[in-house]
Design a protein around this ligand. Structure first.
Ligand SMILES: C[S@@+](CC[C@H](N)C(=O)[O-])C[C@H]1O[C@@H](n2cnc3c(N)ncnc32)[C@H](O)[C@@H]1O
Length: 223
């Protein structure tokens, strides 16, 4: 009876557009769809990350926080190379997918919103974020910065891969949430920028003609 009523209501009410959901709800719904395979999912480990590991820029065997881990492919690779990884995502369905896909002794998961008050964070040697900060609403950036700063030991390393729109001017004006500089300004109170480089977000290589997801790699060091 109730089900019938619900079905009738759905037929007459306008469908809720996906972009009207709050970010957490939106991500949760995406990750819970079995056929959801995002275009940016790790088809390869980004070169800049591989280099940061191989060069020891990310201290070998250190503790590492993967922020917004999604399906956990990168977190699992990091755990496989010897890091003690905590992979967090605010979408419970992302964590469910990641933990179904990857289990390892040095890999643990948590459903955590990096923009919520985080009363007792562990302190990590390394932080990694690909694709989380760029989508955080402006109003939450301050809490993101406070949490990542509290999670990093002095001298700790933070490799940030930050997506930028293809048409920087148009999109930045339309969507200030994408503005890299404002976010960097917020981070700079706690982190020194050692290096930055424009990259293809999918491969971590230099930007090329085929780049569909341009962005920046930032090598940050906790002050
Ligand atoms: C573009 S995906 C990147 C996933 C993964 N890092 C990768 O490179 O494959 C961004 C991820 O960040 C997560 N996310 C967004 N905002 C978050 C927040 N406030 N706290 C924790 N996770 C968040 C989303 O659920 C999503 O899984």
């Amino acid at each position: 009876m109730l089900r019938k009523l619900f079905r009738r209501l759905r037929a007459v009410l306008p469908a809720r557009r996906a972009d009207t959901w709050a970010p957490q709800e939106r991500w949760n719904r995406s990750w819970s769809a079995p056929d959801y395979v995002p275009g940016w999912e790790a088809r390869q480990i980004p070169t800049v990350l591989r280099e940061a590991v191989e060069s020891g820029w990310l201290p070998p065997r250190g503790s590492l926080l993967d922020i917004g881990c999604g399906a956990g492919d990168i977190a699992a690779w990091l755990a496989g190379t010897g890091y003690r990884v905590t992979a967090v995502d605010f979408a419970a369905s992302a964590i469910a997918r990641a933990s179904a896909r990857h289990q390892a002794p040095e890999l643990r998961y948590a459903v955590t919103d990096i923009c919520q008050a985080w009363p007792d964070p562990d302190v990590y040697d390394c932080l990694f974020d690909r694709g989380c900060l760029h989508g955080i609403p402006d109003a939450d950036v301050e809490q993101y910065v406070a949490n990542v700063a509290a999670s990093s030991r002095a001298g700790g390393r933070f490799l940030l891969l930050f997506k930028t729109p293809r048409n920087q001017e148009r999109s930045a004006a339309q969507s200030p949430a994408y503005a890299l500089e404002a976010r960097l300004a917020a981070l700079q109170g706690s982190f020194a920028i050692e290096r930055r480089r424009e990259i293809d977000m999918l491969t971590g290589d230099e930007i090329g003609r085929e780049t569909t997801y341009p962005g920046f790699a930032l090598w940050l060091v906790r002050r």
